[in-house]
Ligand binder design. Sequence first.
Ligand code: PFF
Length: 448
Amino acid sequence: MNQNQDQWKTRLGFMLAAMGSAVGLGNIWRFPYVTGELGGATFLIVYLAFVFLIGIPLLLNEFSIGKAGQKDAVGSFQNLAPNTKWHWTGFMGVIGGILILSFYSVVAGWSLFYLYKYLTGAYWSEPDGGYGMVFDEWISNPILPLLWQALFLGVTLFIVIRGVKGGIEKANAFLMPVLAVLMIFMAGYVLTLDGALEGVTFLFQPDWSQLSNPKLYLTALGQSFFSLSIGVSGMLTYASYLKAKDRLPGAAIGVGVMDTVFAVIAGIMIFPAVFSFGLEVNEGPPLVFITLPSIFASMPLGNVVGIIFFVLLTMAALSSAISLLELPVAFFKRTIGMSRKAATYLCTSIIFVLGIASSLGFGIWSGVTIGGQNILGMIDYLTANFVLPFGALLMALFVGWYLNREQAQKNSEIENPLMFNIWYISIKIIVPVVMIIIVIANIFGYTA
Ligand code: PFF
């Protein structure tokens, strides 16, 4: 019997929620801008290799800890490794999840605001000074972005407070299919534009010289973890709500493949549009907020496309934010014995307050920078490139070295002995070695 009171109603419900967690701003906002900065196709190839060789095995690994541990991020480790320090991995995940959602909700708030602007027609044509100036003005306002961030977090809270079956599962069962349809529609439309081919070329034609840049590997690694939601125990928490009969390996592959398909579709949706309008690809975080609106303004039916795009971006952000909030909520609920309601309010408030710093970093606190990055950029960079890989590495070491082989096999639910061996060797040796090399190469050889 599962010890968790919370449970998914169906395995499909779990799969949709896990896909909802994976597909988010990471695919539509982060993936295009890091790909744009690191040379397009070359980055895409390394990213794809990491997703399939490292990401998906680690996703299964994280699922296996949650399902066998049957509790929240910290409790699952305590269940599987009583009286050890392994639960610190889960604790670090809870902190990481809170930090990620603090800046994630800022960007999601921008998306909600843009949606509002599109619905009211304000951004249908290029305002005086261009979209770049509009974005800078909006973002440097000390109050407005905070209100939209709060609104976004309010919606997230509204769903999480309703629990696993009644809130999270239902919301994702609606969000994910709609998201898929909207995205395919958008990509199909963009491909009919003049000059779209150049964007597709950028996305699919490699520039091998980038392969000697160590930053490419760390960024691709971080992006694959961020996109698959691994390393902070959000996926672990979701897997803890599974029933015993629900199998894991297919779920891990399904979620990993779908997430990647969504990222590639987002690339197809964004780069051709950027090239066909002669804009810059290496715009950084504001890419989808500055570049895309000018494209929408000059394309046929751009207002409708703009509305659809920001609906899509907001929905994708929401389904991921739900998982990022559920992670600390599950932890507080159990450790402090709070009700779901109280835990949800508490976590949302903490996240909102932390998020204020990321938001103000674009305005009155824009002087606070490290290595040219503002507060949001810094938290994004540190969580994706270090916290997530470190958390995922600890989980790989936990299953590979702390648990024994039989436990690992039982928990992973891989029945085919050859497949199990391949997975086990990756988790135990290959993945940790590759990850450590990448991180060290970046710490010592990183000059860019
Ligand atoms: N995977 C999400 C995205 O791509 O937007 C972000 C994310 C969600 C990261 C949940 C980590 C997490 F636990």
